[in-house]
Design a binder for this molecule. Structure first.
Ligand SMILES: Nc1ncnc2c1ncn2[C@@H]1O[C@H](COP(=O)(O)OP(=O)(O)OP(=O)(O)O)[C@@H](O)[C@H]1O
Ligand SMILES: [Mg+2]
Length: 372
């Protein structure tokens, strides 16, 4: 168990941590998150006494190490620092087995451990064990840093943005691996990240810090359900539950659909469809009010006699109004086989259309963000 009791840290006149109080029970995965400079790294370094508090106490399993030699404490706390921190003059294998060796494990046992761990992150022993850190990519170095922290099987592991420099695939693999190990070995992990997605995925408890204080401490579910402030809400961003902010038709709609004035002739209409790659157009009157749709199929069937599109206007396509709940339209499009729904403004002019494509885009953005 890790307990912070009224912990204060100052640098000169600046108070970095203000009266910090929290308890981390054994076997929990705790994520520290918050804006840059809010005191995450400082808090983490206090757990293994790389930084001493100015006031208050930090207890590990009920024991206050203040004033005692921290070396023994540190051997039982794995640590992955923000800037990798491998020993440059040691090979990968030597780096990973530093702490196990210090704890008195023999060479064969260490070697076995190195084998096992490298296998775990897809870096084959034969190829990587004898390389030096400067022969590895940044992401590979970071993976070794994680392995080194786990190698001695310490009960507590501190991780300061350990996956920051990894590509999304490797990151996912390591997140899963660390989470699996933590559950299996019942480790207490204190993990710092900027990434709310990572926090929600990994954490049993999230501690959201701001300006050296705790803004909110809660399990992911609770934080999503009831963010304590606008700042927490902005970090949660796209991860927020959809039922806490209902979706409206405008959230799914594509604007600027192809429209045509009802005076136009069928040939002109057909030509516009061909040019735009669509098989229907929305028809409007002189004041831009929506009248219905005209389809290439109807133009082909009876267009030539009609001359103008007016007699071909169909009102079969479903219309909804801005501000309507999106769910009904989404269900309708998924089950009816129709290809779109027209969204109208209160004055009956056209605001946009919802298509299966525009729906899919919203879903993709929600899942993966809208950055390309
Ligand atoms: N040795 C130091 N001397 C003076 N100020 C420091 C020192 N170390 C940290 N600080 C300040 O303390 C505050 C908290 O720093 P800390 O490294 O804990 O932030 P952080 O939350 O980990 O930020 P980041 O997300 O950018 O890593 C910052 O304002 C920082 O400038
Ligand atoms: Mg930091």
């Amino acid at each position: 168990m890790i307990q912070f009791e009224h912990v204060v840290k100052r640098y000169g006149k600046n108070t970095i941590l203000h009266d910090l109080n929290f308890t981390i029970p054994d076997g929990q995965f705790v994520v520290l998150i918050g804006p840059s400079g809010c005191g995450k790294t400082t808090s983490l370094k206090m757990i293994n006494r790389l930084i001493e508090p100015d006031e208050g106490r930090i207890l590990i399993d009920g024991e206050d190490y203040a004033g005692k030699n921290p070396v023994n404490l540190r051997r039982h706390i794995g640590y992955v620092i923000q800037q990798i921190g491998l020993f440059p003059n040691m090979t990968v294998a030597q780096n990973i087995s530093v702490v196990p060796r210090l704890l008195g494990q023999d060479k064969a046992a260490c070697d076995k451990k190195v084998h096992e761990l490298l296998e775990m992150v897809d870096l084959p022993y034969e190829q990587y064990a004898h390389k030096y850190p400067n022969e590895l990519s940044g992401g590979q170095q970071q993976r070794i840093g994680v392995l080194r922290a786990l190698a001695a099987s310490p009960p507590i592991v501190l991780m300061d943005e350990p996956f920051g420099a990894l590509d999304p695939m490797t990151r996912e693999v390591l997140q899963d691996e660390v989470k699996r190990l933590q559950r299996k070995l019942h480790k207490t992990i204190v993990f710092v990240t900027h990434d709310m997605g990572e926090a929600l995925k990994m954490a049993d408890i999230i501690i959201f810090m701001n300006g050296g204080q705790i803004e909110q401490m809660a399990p992911p579910e609770k934080m999503l359900e009831a963010p304590a402030s606008d700042l927490v809400r902005s970090f949660l961003g796209k991860h927020q539950l959809s039922d806490s902010n209902p979706l409206y038709v405008e959230d799914f709609m594509r604007t600027n659909p192809y429209t045509v004035d009802f005076h136009r002739g069928v040939l002109e209409c057909a030509e516009k469809m061909a040019r735009s790659g669509v098989d229907t157009l929305l028809v409007t009157d002189d004041d831009d009010h929506y009248l219905g749709t005209v389809s290439i199929r109807d133009i082909k069937l009876k267009g030539r006699e009609a001359g103008s599109i007016e007699p071909l206007i169909s009102t079969e396509v479903r219309t909804v109004c801005l501000g309507d709940d999106a769910q009904e339209s989404v269900n309708y499009l998924l089950t009816s086989g129709e290809s779109y729904v027209v969204v109208l403004r209160p004055d009956q002019t056209v605001a946009g259309i919802i298509t299966k494509n525009s729906m899919a885009k919203v879903v993709a953005n929600t899942l993966w963000g809208d950055d390309k």
